[in-house]
Design a protein around this ligand. Structure first.
Ligand SMILES: C[S@@+](CC[C@H](N)C(=O)[O-])C[C@H]1O[C@@H](n2cnc3c(N)ncnc32)[C@H](O)[C@@H]1O
Length: 229
């Protein structure tokens, strides 16, 4: 298990903006050539899992939803098709946002908001979300070749800033186990549910290659000074 300050993964180009810029530049070209939206990280089922959870918990359709590191924005399109109306996607890669804008246009979902933003340094307008979703972005941040532990701490701090108290955070990861994610998000967040993901069996060992969890941001407790007022 990763202890705070440890570097559990070898640094990788997958943790750099240059990698994602180049990857989405290629996907943008392919989209323009043949209309293919590109890679759906963790497959279609990962989107179905998220949408089913929102529906099962009767999350109102006008809830504000932020997709952190939206990539091609396909998850937001699927959420819009399911009736969600207040959707925002951010990504630090301008080519990802260009691609997601093209996908949004093709699907006729002009109400989806898209913006180039580094989640580790979010702008002030990125705040008060009811729901935050991450599919593979915390994984990418965790592979940053320069100070991944510090970047993970920045991520958790940003999440605490943009998500409302008692708001939900749905994370899908292939790098982290449930226990490790509980440790990463222990300050300010509590687990509500683990979502079932496909199991693999190898050499007699059974495990999950993907972890999907729902956290809730803890209530902000009034400080003792507030109580004295
Ligand atoms: C594995 S891809 C997942 C993309 C998308 N969520 C999906 O499921 O298809 C990781 C995404 O995170 C974005 N990303 C990584 N670090 C980021 C950061 N600090 N701020 C915003 N986006 C970031 C990358 O540009 C990339 O689009």
């Amino acid at each position: 298990m990763a202890l705070p300050g440890d570097e559990p993964f070898s640094p990788s180009v997958l943790g750099t903006r240059e990698h994602w810029d180049a990857a989405y530049e290629r996907e943008l070209q392919t989209f323009q050539d043949i209309g293919d939206t590109g890679e759906i990280w963790f497959g279609e089922e990962s989107m179905v899992r998220i949408i089913r959870w929102l529906e099962k918990h009767k999350v109102p359709l006008d809830s504000s939803v932020l997709d952190i590191g939206t990539g091609n924005g396909v998850l937001l399109v699927e959420l819009a098709k399911s009736g969600y109306t207040n959707l925002t996607g951010i990504d630090y890669s301008p080519s990802a946002i260009q691609l997601s804008e093209k996908v949004r246009e093709k699907e006729g979902m002009s109400n989806i908001k898209l913006k180039v933003e580094d989640f580790l340094a979010p702008s002030a307008e990125l705040s008060g979300f009811d729901i935050c979703i991450d599919k593979g972005t915390f994984d990418a941040v965790s592979l940053d070749p320069s100070d991944a532990a510090g970047k993970r701490r920045l991520y958790v701090g940003s999440l605490g800033r943009v998500l409302k108290p008692e708001g939900f955070f749905l994370i899908t990861s292939c790098n982290w186990t449930k226990e490790e994610l509980l440790n990463e998000f222990r300050e300010g967040f509590e687990i509500l549910e683990e979502l079932p993901t496909p199991k693999f069996c190898f050499g007699g060992r059974i495990g999950n290659s993907v972890t999907a969890l729902v956290f809730q941001r803890k209530k902000v407790r009034p400080s003792i000074l507030d109580k004295l007022d």
